[in-house]
Design a protein around this ligand. Structure first.
Ligand SMILES: Cc1ncc(COP(=O)(O)O)c(C=O)c1O
Length: 416
């Protein structure tokens, strides 16, 4: 067995060692936009028999053996394909991590990471500022099927509150910032400091900001979760997820979890994602300036009770967000309309340009009602703590002309 995939027989579990330096990419010379175009594949440095300007789509899930005892690399498309390898390298380079493993969705990536790291009796510390399926994993499948408990910190703005929930069975601290749907900002560095002091690694879900606006590993995170389905692949054409982190952890997930119960993202979707990534930072800048204009309009509207967008100076964590997110605040926001569910339904039924649909991060603006669609499983008390009021509308601000979005909002809000 000579030419096998170098990790094919790896079965050791990665164990976090707080005394070792964090596994991040050192000496990154190329800028973010250059990495978005070149990491993982350069036309003149490719290893194929031909020269191609774009990464080739190798739409095959199996890779023939040359001889009986030489396992090819890749060997099977559940764990590796040449096109996916380019995407994984590109995402790792953008986040500044050592390695990356993709999967069929962001939810699957979260599940695979936690499933790989925990044993029955362990716990994970997080807050109620997390996406809906994340909450459902935390309160159903993990505690009920795996005896892994999730602890929701009481004061997520206070690092000590995170420290208070950590004990000797805590395997992971999981932060989502800015959070979906209320755009709560968690201080990555402050929470990472308290978690590391207690010997626990930190995951940051970077789906809403993307590495174009926020790089959690530069702020102290050990791993990053991305839903590719959102801004990364930009227009609701691809569903996928990724974990970026230390190489031994990534290979632990690949060979001890994905190999048995999942799959990496498939070649054509990896290729599409690579095309979208080429314009990621330009898109995020336009999403951000559009969202800023929309948030400013909404913040003085009489039918609006609250606007959640960290670009507003009135946002309680505006300064932290400015420090943590390279001065831009992304395309996701939410707001509470007068008249609760009825008011939300009236506004959403009246939109002409903004589309009512699940997901966010699309080039067309999209809205959704979290209390009934994604966060309906939270108890009423948890929804209150998380700020998920009955009249909350999540708005993913797209790339349209901002004046048209504002006009659409204006006419819809006038119907409430
Ligand atoms: C912040 C965040 N992370 C992860 C996910 C999961 O992504 P996917 O839809 O690809 O499973 C979502 C989905 O809404 C999300 O909002």
């Amino acid at each position: 067995m000579k030419k096998h995939d170098k990790h094919f027989f790896l079965r050791d579990h990665w164990v976090y060692d707080p005394t070792k330096p964090r596994a991040v990419r050192e000496n990154v010379k190329l800028g973010f936009d250059t990495r978005a175009l070149h990491a993982g594949f350069h036309p003149l440095e490719n290893k194929n028999d031909f020269v191609s300007f774009t990464p080739p789509i190798v739409q095959s899930i199996t890779f023939p053996y040359n001889t009986f005892d030489e396992i090819p690399c890749p060997v099977y498309g559940r764990t590796r394909t040449p096109t996916n390898t380019v995407l994984e390298e590109r995402l790792a380079a953008l986040e500044g991590g050592e390695a990356c493993i993709t999967s069929g969705s962001g939810s699957q990536s979260l599940f695979s990471l936690i499933f790989t790291m925990v044993e029955p009796g362990d716990n994970v510390v997080t807050s109620l500022n997390i996406f809906g399926e994340g909450y459902k994993q935390s309160t159903s499948i993990f505690p009920k099927k795996c005896n892994v408990q999730f602890r929701f910190v009481k004061e997520p703005a206070d690092p000590q509150s995170w420290a208070d929930e950590i004990d000797e069975r805590t395997k992971l601290v999981w932060i989502e910032t800015p959070s979906n749907p209320c755009l709560f900002i968690t201080d990555i560095k402050a929470v990472a400091d308290v978690a590391h002091a207690k010997g626990v690694p930190v995951l940051v879900d970077n789906t809403t900001a993307t590495p174009a606006l926020q790089r959690p590993m530069e702020l102290g995170a050990d791993f990053v979760l991305l839903s590719i389905s959102k801004f990364i692949a930009g227009n609701a054409t691809v569903i996928g997820g990724a974990i970026i982190g230390p190489e031994p952890l990534v290979e632990d997930i690949r060979w001890n979890t994905t190999e048995f119960i999942g799959s990496i993202i498939q070649p054509i979707e990896a290729w599409l994602t690579l095309q979208y990534i080429e314009t990621l930072s330009m898109r995020m800048a336009k999403h951000s300036s559009n969202a800023q204009a929309v948030a400013e309009f909404l913040s003085s509207h009489p039918k609006i009770e609250r606007v959640n967008y960290s670009g507003l100076k009135t946002h309680p964590q505006h300064e932290l967000a400015c420090r943590q997110m390279s001065g831009m605040h992304g395309g996701l926001m939410s707001f509470v309309v007068a008249n609760g569910v009825k008011g939300a339904a009236t506004a959403m039924n009246s939109f002409k340009t903004i589309v009512h649909a699940v997901t966010f991060g699309t080039s067309r603006s999209i809205c959704m009602h979290p209390p009934t669609i994604t966060h309906e499983h939270l108890t009423p008390e948890e929804r209150k703590i998380a700020g998920i009021d009955d009249g909350l509308i999540r708005l993913s601000v797209g790339l349209e002309d901002p004046k048209d979005l504002i006009e659409d909002l204006e006419q819809a809000l006038s119907k409430i």
